[in-house]
Design a protein. Structure first.
Length: 134
């Protein structure tokens, strides 16, 4: 926190702080750091990097719709990246929206994710399509 007081424009500092707070389950504080960071109109890369943390914090606080909104915005901002679709598929699977989960898994797979991400996605697709058939 002290570093950000000294260098308030240090984008990675905000990102690391928000991520650390989220990992420590200090989700409200993580949301505050993310929202303050986004209010500063950061670079496109900074915005993209912090949106996943913000969405995760919202979801952890039970603010699912806000997390989904942030991730959909990320998917629009970075249409060539599988990450937002992976996160959306996870949220939709957890909330029982199996068709939406499957749709986002397919979108993520179409964007050539990393090999380990592809394995996770294929496993998730198997689960959500199997449970949708039941």
């Amino acid at each position: 926190h002290r570093l950000l007081e000294l260098k308030p424009d240090f984008e990675l500092g905000h990102i690391y702080l928000a991520t650390t707070l989220n990992q420590m389950k200090a989700h409200r504080q993580a949301v505050k750091v993310c929202e303050e960071f986004l209010a500063r109109k950061p670079s496109a890369n900074g915005t993209i990097m912090i949106q996943g943390t913000l969405a995760a914090a919202y979801v952890s606080l039970g603010r699912i719709d806000e997390g989904i909104r942030v991730l959909k915005g990320s998917a629009e901002t970075m249409p060539d990246q599988p990450g937002p679709h992976m996160a959306l598929s996870s949220i939709f699977e957890a909330t029982g929206a199996k068709d939406l989960a499957a749709a986002h898994v397919r979108k993520a797979l179409a964007l050539n994710p990393k090999p380990h991400e592809a394995l996770v996605l294929k496993d998730r697709l198997s689960r959500v399509t199997a449970s949708a058939r039941q």
